[in-house]
Ligand binder design. Structure first.
Ligand code: FES
Length: 186
């Protein structure tokens, strides 16, 4: 007799049986809800796949007039570059050590970049003057935006005048580096 109390059951037995019946119903529905939730989450993930947003590799860094003589470090953290102006124009050094990829620091009093990892030292041109780095610092391609006149950096288009494999390469003739698109005569 469904739903009826069984013969010989005390009121405590009946309430215990009802409790366990309700519990099992709750667990059952909970499982259904959890399963549907999992399916819904999977569908949402399919519709909105996780995308890794990398910072753009081509970006503007302002007008040439915003950069004075010497090494400007203000973009090192955000863009991983130093902007350098000399008597002839502007170039952009990539702030990645050519040894194992750490970020060197600029010491204006010494006029040197020093890498904190293994002690590589570079001059303001990017030439290696000490430590284990085997190659000069890269320079990124730069141009002037024809509309607003800002410097546009193409971070991944890099000058590498002494690529791995060349017999000598720690000191590179500066004139060979001050060429378009790696140098702006501004
Ligand atoms: S990574 Fe710069 S010296 Fe090793």
């Amino acid at each position: 007799m469904a739903g009826a109390e069984q013969k010989g059951e005390s009121p405590e037995d009946v309430s215990r049986r009802r409790f366990f019946t309700l519990m099992s119903l709750g667990v059952g529905w909970g499982g259904v809800v959890a399963t549907l939730g999992g399916i819904g989450a999977g569908a949402a993930r399919y519709m909105f796949p996780s995308v890794l947003y990398e910072p753009p590799t081509v970006f503007k860094i302002g007008l040439p007039s915003g950069y004075g003589m010497g090494v400007d470090t203000k973009l090192k953290k955000e863009r991983q570059v130093w902007v350098v102006r000399n008597e002839r124009g502007i170039y952009v050094l990539v702030a990645i050590c050519r040894h194992l990829g750490c970020t060197p620091n600029w010491f204006s009093d010494q006029k040197l970049f020093r890498c904190p990892c293994h002690g590589s030292i570079y001059d303001p041109h990017g030439n290696v003057v000490g430590g284990p780095a085997p190659r000069t610092l890269w320079r990124s391609a730069i141009s002037l935006d024809p509309v607003d006149g800002q410097i546009v950096v193409d971070f991944n288009l890099r000058q590498d005048p002494d690529p791995v494999g060349t017999p000598e390469g720690l000191m590179v003739e500066e004139a060979s580096r001050e060429v378009e698109p790696y140098f702006l005569k501004v």
